[in-house]
Design a binder for this molecule. Sequence first.
Ligand code: SF4
Length: 93
Amino acid sequence: MAQRGTHQTRRRAAATPLRVVVDLNRCQGYAQCCFMAPNVFWLHGEEALWYDLAPDETRREQVLRAAAACPVQAIFLEWTEDASSDEAPETHA
Ligand code: SF4
């Protein structure tokens, strides 16, 4: 079983209304999201989940499937007017 570990989020500049937030208090690192949307969620090492906060519109269907597949319902989706701002990556332990 995967262990819960350090999680890092990454934002990339993209003109998309789709925003992804993972509740790190719920996430158990099972990586179902990585299988459903491998270009949005991915494991870094054995314990870290990275994800794209603002995935491209073409990934919308994958992201919806990933959110539905999460066994602890840790993935939340938002649609905003502008998600194109750049911020430094966040790291959560
Ligand atoms: S499927 Fe859910 S619990 Fe598993 S790594 Fe993704 S967000 Fe975390």
